[in-house]
Design a protein around this ligand. Structure first.
Ligand SMILES: O=P(O)(O)OC[C@H]1O[C@H](O[C@H]2O[C@H](CO)[C@@H](O)[C@H](O)[C@H]2O)[C@H](O)[C@@H](O)[C@@H]1O
Length: 240
């Protein structure tokens, strides 16, 4: 069993959402929060004196919908928007804007491939092809022709999706920013995720002297990870 190499009194838990806390589903809206997860997270948050955060590619409002009043802090859209404490105003940065012609072109491609969809974010968008794999080629052809970097964006492969997200924003930076403020400050970060974008979070947590784990490298799947999280919430799996 993987052990957190320090006790809860020294730890902060920063977790990815899709593919980690919830299983991947056909669409972003259709994910289901597993039974017992909310109770485990609340127990962990209390055990860590509040130091529980979600770091996700989703907008913060969606985490508020799926996990209402649970994490102390949330970094949304990979860190484009941050909420450092419950009820606090969102901190946003100066953001690039997706050119209108790119939006129109991908909307048309999605309409041509029923099941494909475009998720619009505060700064960027996700081209989803999980329910229409044949749309991948059309999305890729469009996206690869964009001078993304010169518009302040980075193209990133995601789970059955292609994401356009702002340059200079990543989960590692979000983690460092959250760790600089109470109740995280002075603790050691423990981060877990499952996707390419989570690698930045894992790296940052390890560089800060904490721990970082990936699904499926360290845990075979999200269900196994959640069972481990349940054990942590009951006091098992912590170091001295
Ligand atoms: O950082 P995360 O919390 O892991 O969020 C990453 C992206 O998750 C969502 O898309 C992915 O999950 C969907 C639901 O399981 C799935 O249908 C889709 O194929 C996946 O790409 C979300 O829609 C994105 O905004 C997040 O960036």
């Amino acid at each position: 069993m993987i052990q957190v190499p320090f006790p809860p009194s020294r730890a902060a838990l920063l977790l990815d959402f899709d593919g980690t806390l919830v299983d991947i589903a056909p669409t972003p809206e259709s994910v289901r929060v597993p039974e017992g997860l909310a109770a485990d997270l609340v127990r962990l948050r209390d055990m860590l004196d509040g130091a529980l955060a979600i770091i996700t590619g989703r907008p913060i409002a969606q985490i508020d919908h799926f996990l209402p009043d649970i994490p102390h802090a949330v970094a949304g859209e990979h860190g484009v928007m941050m909420r450092h404490a419950p009820g606090q105003a969102l901190r946003e940065r100066e953001l690039p804007v997706v050119p209108g012609e790119w939006v129109r072109a991908v909307e048309k491609a999605a309409a041509d491939h029923p099941g494909a969809s475009v998720e619009h974010k505060k700064a960027g968008m996700v081209l989803h092809y999980r329910r229409a794999p044949e749309a991948e080629a059309a999305f890729r052809a469009l996206a690869s022709a964009w001078p993304a970097e010169s518009h302040g964006f980075h193209l990133q492969d995601a789970q059955m999706a292609i994401e356009l997200r702002p340059v200079g924003i990543d989960k590692g930076k979000a983690l460092r920013e959250l760790m600089a403020e109470p109740p995280f400050e002075g603790r050691l970060p423990v981060f877990a995720g499952d996707d390419v974008t989570d690698r930045d979070g894992v790296r940052a947590a390890r560089q800060m002297g904490g721990a970082g784990w990936l699904i499926p490298d360290d845990f075979p799947d999200a269900a196994t990870f959640r069972r481990w999280l349940h054990d942590l919430s009951e006091g098992r799996g912590w170091g001295a």
